[in-house]
Each structure stands twice: as structure tokens, then as C-alpha cells.
Design a protein around this ligand. Structure first.
Ligand SMILES: Nc1ncnc2c1ncn2[C@@H]1O[C@H](COP(=O)(O)OP(=O)(O)OP(=O)(O)O)[C@@H](O)[C@H]1O
Ligand SMILES: [Mg+2]
Length: 234
């Protein structure tokens, strides 16, 4: 579904990603772990055309997307939720969701898609007339996810979904990510919360200083001594 090959990315003269290769298969949850500054957000921005590549290839759903504009990439079925989301605080929940429909070809299915999102997040349906800014952090994160899903994506890129959330909300958000996989949606999940992420992910990659230091099945990584010490604090 997503195949990243030998990606190199620089900000000016400073190279941040080095020869990064990563793949995600259909209906998999793949985690991208790493410390602050490892290059996780840079990787998401590079593969969605937000920032340019220095070299490397990105293939999505059988077609090369490197060098393509961000808006075109989104139209091909990728939903990208950046760090901290970006809601319209003075709009209601429903208005925020309606703002999430990008591709023109999906306008006709807007109502059906809205119902599908409300089925995934019943709390959003209950509160649909409430202003986004009056929601709790966890509810806002769900709204941001719901808005991403309005475009009926094949692949979701989530950057630090669990950041700043109370433990009970973290579990809820991760439960929803698991339910996306059941709906056949593929997920690349950037997280610092390594333990809980590895519990729901099928596979994971660990970035260190812009390079893939480790990758494998989540179960293997959970049992890996280095991962346990460096990322799980065990
Ligand atoms: N716009 C930018 N200009 C210059 N350097 C940048 C820019 N954005 C990020 N960097 C640098 O690139 C490196 C990787 O940053 P990035 O945000 O990708 O890390 P991250 O893994 O997402 O970290 P975090 O977990 O803190 O979100 C860091 O050293 C950062 O300072
Ligand atoms: Mg980041």
C-alpha cells in the first residue's frame, strides 16, 4: 500500500532523514517510534509532499507519489493528521467534519460518510452542535480523527495521537485505531508512547537520528532487550 525507498530529506544544509525505507501493507497498523527529534514528523511531511525530498521514492497504492503536490496526494486517499490536530475552534463539531471532505468526487457521498464517522465516534454525534473549542482534549482528538476519515481514506497517517491525553482517552483513541484496521483502513502511527503503540500495531520501525535503527513485528520488538531498555523503560 505504501512503500518508501531510500528517502533522504534535508532542511537547508542539515540532513535529517538518511536512507529511510519503510513499507506498510493494506489493513496493517504500522508504528513509527523514536525519541524527540528523531525525524518522525519530517518523514510524514516528506511522504505527503509537504516538504521536498532530497532523494528517494514513495509509492502509494501502486503509483509513485514523490514530487506530487500535497493536495493531489490527499485526493489519492491519504488522510494526514498532523501533530496537535488543526480544528476550527469557533465551528461546531458537524461543521468541522464537513470541512474535512476534500476530494470533489466525494461531495455526493458526504452525508453517508458523516453517518459512518458518527458510527465510529458516537460522542461526536451526541455533541454535533457543540463548538469545537469547548470540547476536552480527548474529544478534540476524536474530532480531528473523524475529520480525517471524512475523505474516506485508504491510509491514515497519525502524528502523536495520544500526546497529552489522559490514560483512559489514550486507550479509547487506540481502540478506535484498531477499529479502523477492522474496516480495512491502513494506518501509519507515529508515537512516543511505545508500549501501548506496540500492543496495537502489527509492525513497527524505530527511527534514531533520522535512520531506521530497528524494525520488525511488534511482538518481537516488545521482547527485544534494546527496545525494552531504550523505549519501554523496562
Ligand atoms: N522546519 C524545520 N527547519 C529546520 N529543522 C527542522 C525543521 N523541522 C524539524 N527540524 C529538525 O529536524 C529534526 C527532526 O525533527 P522532527 O520534527 O521530524 O522530529 P520528531 O521525531 O517528529 O520529534 P518529536 O517527537 O519531538 O515530534 C530535528 O532535529 C528538528 O530540529
Ligand atoms: Mg514530531
Amino acid at each position: 500500500m505504501l512503500d518508501i525507498r531510500n528517502l533522504n530529506v534535508s532542511y537547508g544544509n542539515v540532513q535529517v532523514l538518511w536512507d529511510v525505507s519503510l513499507n506498510v501493507r493494506k489493513a496493517e497498523i504500522v508504528a513509527l517510534l523514536g525519541a524527540n527529534g528523531a525525524g518522525k514528523t519530517t518523514l510524514l511531511n516528506a511522504l505527503t509532499g509537504v516538504i521536498p525530498l532530497r532523494s528517494g521514492e514513495v509509492e502509494f497504492d501502486g503509483t509513485r507519489i514523490d514530487g506530487i503536490a500535497n493536495s493531489d496526494i490527499m485526493e489519492r486517499g491519504i488522510a494526514y493528521l498532523p501533530e496537535g490536530g488543526r480544528l476550527f475552534p469557533e465551528m461546531t463539531i458537524q461543521e468541522n467534519l464537513e470541512m474535512g471532505v476534500y476530494p470533489r468526487k466525494l461531495w455526493g457521498t458526504r452525508k453517508a460518510q458523516l453517518e459512518r464517522v458518527y458510527d465510529t465516534f458516537p460522542i461526536l454525534r451526541e455533541r454535533k452542535r457543540q463548538l469545537a473549542r469547548t470540547m476536552s482534549g480527548g474529544e478534540q482528538q476524536m474530532l480531528a480523527m473523524g475529520r480525517g476519515l471524512m475523505s474516506n481514506p485508504k491510509l491514515c497517517l497519525f502524528d502523536e495521537l495520544s500526546y497529552g491525553l489522559a490514560p483512559i482517552m489514550v486507550r479509547e483513541v487506540f481502540r478506535i485505531v484498531t477499529s479502523l484496521r477492522e474496516q480495512g483502513i491502513t494506518v501509519l502511527l507515529v508515537e512516543q508512547n511505545a508500549y501501548q503503540t506496540l500492543e496495537i500495531a502489527d509492525r513497527a520501525y524505530v527511527l534514531e537520528n533520522g535512520r531506521v535503527a530497528l524494525s520488525g513485528d511488534s511482538k518481537e520488538l516488545l521482547a527485544n532487550d534494546y527496545v525494552r531498555e531504550a523505549y519501554l523503560g523496562l
